[in-house]
Ligand binder design. Sequence first.
Ligand code: COI
Length: 332
Amino acid sequence: MKIIAYGIRADEKPFLDKWSEENSDVEVISTGKLLDETTVDQAKGADGVVTYQQKPYTADVLDKLGRFGIKYLSLRNVGFDNVDVDAAKRNNIRVTNVPAYSPQAIAEFTVTQLMRLLRRTNTFDRKMANGDLRWAPDIADELNQMTVGVYATGRIGRAAIQIYKGFGAKVIAYDIYHNPELEKEGIYVDTPAELYAKADVISLHAPATKENEHMLDDAAFAQMKTGIYILNPARGILIDTDALIRALDSGKVAGAAIDTYEDEVGIFNSDFGSFDKIPDERLKNLLKRENVLVSPHIAFYTKRAVHNMVYYAMDANKSLIKTGKSDKLVDL
Ligand code: COI
């Protein structure tokens, strides 16, 4: 049995090597390169492919995997919005993801960023670096006095809710699907508009779907309280960046923590050598603001999460090859 793992980073390699040692019945080939038209030929002869990347898994690539007789594609991450669904289906390629490598990693980072916004740490860091050790005018807000509106109560949303509650915040939530436990607590509101109107903080934990694209646009910001805080550790496409910039300019949004950005592919997790060389003016606009925390999609990036991403994806791919079954199949 042979599995090829694409896009293996240096921080993943030790986990892959350990998995390989523990699964001596599997021949594991790995490459640092991403799975695309220029590298897909390396998969010839493999029984399954394990991969993670943010750029698309295109029809050309999936057609080629199909021609090589490869039927199993296991992603090391949650989101599968970059898979060409029609091509996967016509080639009978079954796709697995890792739905829960560490929801807590993302939840903890989200709340960390909110606390940084509320306590104005960015502003104080910049002031202190210039020898300004005064308090005013950068007085903080307290989370325990606030209402947090959680958009989507999947695993990550629920992990975030636990932490918000630990801080003593009031939590309300919106989701099409209601979690029975949260339902009992009565935290759900009926519409996104109600969430926007009642919350002091919007914490986004929704997947990227056609319906969710630019869900936070001018109209959504207009429904929110002035001074709202926006957190997006989920998917860049959820926020219309131009609308966010307008809402920051007008003071409608008091602060935003953006771990995902709609044009992040090819930009995040790259080194441009200096701020000026970052090839995206809108991103630089956001990065320059004291009340905006931009981070390069790192909420997931913990040792536990990376370990689980490698292990769960490799396990899923092996299971598909051996038995045709996996509990991590995604519904394309
Ligand atoms: C996902 O798992 O879908 C993520 O967003 C994290 C990714 C950057 C590895």
